[in-house]
Design a protein around this ligand. Structure first.
Ligand code: ZN
Length: 135
């Protein structure tokens, strides 16, 4: 994942999802994205009501205004949840070094609907069985 200031941003990819928080202080760009997203019912995801598009660090770029990123890390400290300090929208999560996973998950709900057609939303039972509920 790249974290850039706006002046540094240059885009070369045409097939890219672009989402923003409500006020626009955080932009998230993802390329070569999967065609499935996850709606999880674990204790934090159900509260956030997020839809996660699991990407890798190399395919996601975050552009954040100075001081726009607030982060929440809890429990086993494997995941940092990032939200806008101004408007409160949850934009993405990153995995900590402790997690050892190359993952940046974008909250698909910050991406305009016209960009997300064809992406299947799957319900995941993160609260209990860790299985998809729609198989
Ligand atoms: Zn915002």
């Amino acid at each position: 994942m790249l974290l850039l200031q706006p002046a540094c941003a240059v885009w070369h990819h045409r097939s890219m999802l672009t989402g923003t928080c409500h006020c626009g202080a955080i932009e998230v760009h993802a390329e070569d994205t999967p065609d499935e997203a996850t709606v999880c019912n674990c204790s934090i995801c159900r509260r956030y009501a997020a839809t996660w598009l699991h990407c890798t660090q190399a395919t996601v770029t975050i552009i954040a205004q100075p001081d726009a990123l607030d982060t929440y890390c809890w429990g086993d400290e494997m995941i940092n949840f990032h939200r806008c300090a101004r408007c409160g929208c949850l934009t993405h999560y990153t995995c900590t070094e402790k997690a050892g996973i190359d993952r940046v998950s974008v909250n698909l709900n910050i991406v305009p609907p016209e960009q997300t057609t064809g992406i299947r939303r799957r319900r995941f039972d993160g609260a209990d069985t860790w299985q998809f509920l729609d198989d």
